[in-house]
Ligand binder design. Sequence first.
Ligand SMILES: Cc1cc2nc3c(=O)[nH]c(=O)nc-3n(C[C@H](O)[C@H](O)[C@H](O)COP(=O)(O)O)c2cc1C
Ligand code: SF4
Ligand code: SF4
Length: 272
Amino acid sequence: MSAPRSIIRYFTGTGNTKRIAEKIGQALVAVGDTLDIAAIPGAPPVTDADRCVFCSPVYALGLPRVVKRYLAGLPKLGTPRPALLVVTAGNPDHTGWALRHGRELLDARGYRVIVSETIHMPDNWTPFLPAPPAEVSAVRLAAGDELAAQLSREFLAGKERHRPFSLRSMTPAGSWLTHHCFHDLGINHMWSLFRATDACTSCGLCERICPVGAITMAGGRPKWSRKCEQCCRCFNLCPARAIEQLDLVGRGSTRDRYCEPNFKPYHESEAT
Ligand SMILES: Cc1cc2nc3c(=O)[nH]c(=O)nc-3n(C[C@H](O)[C@H](O)[C@H](O)COP(=O)(O)O)c2cc1C
Ligand code: SF4
Ligand code: SF4
């Protein structure tokens, strides 16, 4: 009999979600599964896997557009497949609609979501929030690893676990406005608030690492486009810290950067 086949599909900006996806992958391999793990949006859909895992960050109380498009575009399954849905969040109380929408999209494509849960990770929205201190990040990442392992065990055991939908710590009106203004207005326009300062060395790394191909180099400087998902990878990983994002009154953010410590979506030689 051949080994059960697992697939993991994840989207990541700064590596938190990739770390969780890999942790879950290790747990599946440990029970003898063969593993196909790949990043959204390029990852091919698979319709005959025995176990399916989907991982995403939370953006403004919901799923990133690119993840919603990917889930909505999955081929409809003939036979239901067990699925594990995990979102990573800077504040689990701000999960908002992310899990609920993810579950609905997967249900509609024929998946049977057994576990859907949020994992608390360091917040990476660093253009607008301070980066977490390294020691806080380390504790949170370690706790995230543990929860990922726990969720994997429950998924493998077929034990249902779903984080209840909650808009805790925000009023429903405030949550609705945050979610819809950010998704429907913010993401479509916030790409135009990125700038490269004179510190830019024209290395082109930002263009090469953008997960959705939203940056092109022009005249030695990055140009952002509306394909941008606001994942903050370019902002956080620019080796010259040359990228800033303007706030509502036109001030460029000078905050610290954050990235999961082992995340390197480039070859070492490219990082100079
Ligand atoms: C544009 C943007 C919006 C975010 N919105 C939320 C949010 O609404 N709630 C939350 O808990 N975290 C939010 N975060 C934090 C991320 O979900 C969190 O840090 C996640 O672990 C990042 O994953 P990654 O490193 O895989 O990109 C946001 C981050 C970004 C970049
Ligand atoms: S990564 Fe930074 S230094 Fe390199 S081209 Fe982009 S903005 Fe300039
Ligand atoms: S342009 Fe920057 S913030 Fe936007 S999707 Fe690409 S890497 Fe992420």
